[in-house]
Design a binder for this molecule. Sequence first.
Ligand code: SAM
Ligand code: SF4
Length: 330
Amino acid sequence: MLKDSYGRRITDLRVGVTDRCNFRCIYCRAAEPENYEPPEHLLTWPELLRLCTILGRLGLRKIRVTGGEPLVRAGVEEFVARLSALGLYEDVAVTTNGYTLAEKAATLKAAGLNRVNVSLDSLRAERFDAITRTRGALQRVLAGIDAARAAGLAPVKVNAVIVRGFNDDEIADFARFARDRGLVMRFIEFMPLDADHIWDRTRVVTAREMRRALESAGLPLEELPRQYDSETALRYRFADGAPGELGLVAPVSEPFCGKCSRIRLTADGKIRTCLFSRVDHDLRGLVRAGAPEREIAGEVERIVAMKEDGHHINDSDFAPPSRTMVFIGG
Ligand code: SAM
Ligand code: SF4
């Protein structure tokens, strides 16, 4: 079992399989094309699988395939199948913008995928285009959510990053959307990880404000108990027994770093011990040099021991990391 120097058990792995994306969300990527990593820097599928195997044997139990947009990388279904077949991870999940999910949901389910999280930041078509800087994508994402449910990828979680001035007036609409479709809906505070540096405190809609917006929507909510220690969301169910669930994720206003159980493996083979780490720890060099498993495992243990105590967003001298969400693997 991996433990960091603060005694936190590290059980969750986020794997970025690409830094490419077919969206350009305002809170994530730059308006202008950024420099992607050169293709030769990205781990191949066998390299990714080898590292995920070693990490699984070290005690990581949950794995989430993310990016960039994981479903734009050819071969992702096969990768999910191989990950599931390892039998090392209790939970294999994908986070996607949903654009191609309608075509891929059934194959992913057959590959052994347990769960999918779909990002959806507006239910209004024009606004959705403005936030994601796409055209006409909302219907495809909604179809993707339906296809995921039909394929049995339960529960489908829908994530909305709430940014003041962009979508903070849709919280009640989202709650009704979750209730109507029996979905798990998560409202996430905006974090300083965007490429265009539009983040500032005034843009953060806090969990407390979101809670108030939910209350004023007149929906009967009942707080749910925590399911496990490192759970990040404050969860609510509908008190009248309607299906669906709501959750507030408050990394900025109510940090949960003390219970963090995560590390990240980026598409170019770096371990990040925190979203806000100032440093990346390279594993690609070791993998490409043909290092044996025990050497890579030892390096991972050494890196995990350096996991930061927390993100320090609320410190006066906070500076955002140089890598943004699309490169880190959200
Ligand atoms: N492309 C996929 C997607 O959008 O779901 C997976 C990668 S994306 C980086 C993972 C998650 O990070 C998404 O739910 C996205 O909304 C979230 N995210 C990106 N930038 C963020 C930011 N600045 N603050 C909070 N969440 C952010
Ligand atoms: Fe792409 Fe996801 Fe970032 Fe949006 S949040 S730009 S979909 S990686």
